[in-house]
Design a protein around this ligand. Structure first.
Ligand SMILES: Nc1nc2c(ncn2[C@@H]2O[C@H](COP(=O)(O)OP(=O)(O)OP(=O)(O)O)[C@@H](O)[C@H]2O)c(=O)[nH]1
Length: 304
């Protein structure tokens, strides 16, 4: 086969000396790829057309492997053109005597496609994160919705089961909220719910769970909070809420029902539903006893 026939191959062909690195042969495709004439390439060193990083990789990793096995496949490297453009190629290398036979393919479109795929994946991940966050939040208040809060509470209880930390469950319900809607309209009601949510959020720590549990009902789970802590906390909440002012509505009060996580047995499976039910019973009593107050489920327990 003569050189003219080798020029017909639709890939980059190159022959170089293993020890000196001198290029002995280069086909037409390879010359066009690096943008040089045959005179500029043949007789020169491969280091003139291979990037420094590729050369270091070749010397330290590929050469020993080629010496041991006689070949190396799918070598990813970068060629540097006469215009100093860096172009990715994929090479197979075979050793015959002192000479290395290279066949290379441009990996430009493959790398571009790969890059595009990475960008699409990154933006999809970002979108998924945004959607996951959105699906966890209540749109009016930006607090956790009931479903997300339940999931977070289950995780928290799993943790507390392993290493006990006192936890308080608070159900908070706006008193006579229907009157606000009836007197001022639903929009004003929404504004009250939004402002109250901000107050609740501001009054909690990162480790607590704050959620919109229902229409005008909120759930706060206080992590590392004893019953005495919860009592002080609820007093603080009533005070903060009494201080709140609304542009178009009257002041509001809330009723709070609280339950405390009992010290768990090692194997106890804690039921979120049971704890919520206890807090709900206490809230019902708070409403029954005149509203604008906190009732503890444990107070009732002590009497039984
Ligand atoms: N504006 C507004 N109102 C809501 C929303 N969700 C629930 N509500 C209203 O909240 C009111 C709750 O009324 P009730 O359950 O009778 O309770 P209440 O008037 O707060 O009285 P007590 O809880 O017994 O103190 C209802 O009128 C609901 O329509 C909401 O997202 N926005």
């Amino acid at each position: 086969m003569n050189e003219a026939q080798l020029d017909l191959f639709p890939s980059l062909l190159l022959v170089s000396n293993l020890r000196s690195g001198r290029i002995d042969y280069c086909n037409k495709d390879a010359l066009e790829f690096v943008g040089s004439s045959r005179e500029d390439v043949v007789g020169n060193n491969v280091s003139n057309i291979i990037s420094r990083a590729s050369l270091i990789f070749f010397e330290s990793y590929v050469r020993p492997s080629v010496l041991a096995t006689g070949r190396f496949s799918e070598l990813q490297m970068t060629l540097v053109t006469a215009q100093q453009e860096r172009l990715p190629v994929l090479s197979n290398v075979a050793l015959h005597g002192e000479q290395l036979y290279w066949s290379m393919h441009s990996a430009k479109s493959r790398d571009k496609l790969y890059q595009e795929l990475i960008e699409v994946r990154d933006s999809l991940e970002l979108k998924t994160d945004e959607l996951t966050l959105l699906s966890r939040l209540d749109p009016l208040t930006n607090l956790l919705n009931r479903r997300a809060a339940s999931a977070d509470i289950r995780k928290l209880l799993d943790q507390v089961n392993r290493k006990f930390v006192p936890v308080s469950f608070l159900l908070i319900d706006i008193d006579f909220f229907k009157n606000i809607n009836d007197k001022h309209g639903h929009d004003v009601g929404d504004e009250v719910i939004g402002l109250l949510s901000k107050t609740l959020k501001a009054a909690t720590r990162k480790t607590d769970v704050v959620a919109r549990w229902g229409g005008e009902e909120f759930l706060i789970v206080l992590y590392n909070s004893t019953q005495d802590d919860a009592r002080l906390y609820c007093k603080y909440l009533h005070e903060r809420i009494a201080e709140m002012r609304y542009s178009r509505a009257d002041r509001i009060t809330v009723s709070i029902g609280v339950t405390q996580l009992p010290v768990p047995q090692r194997d106890t499976v804690l039921q979120v539903e049971t704890l919520i039910k206890e807090a709900d019973d206490a809230l019902y009593r708070a409403k029954d006893e005149g509203r604008n107050r906190t009732v503890f489920h444990t107070d009732k327990r002590a009497k039984i």
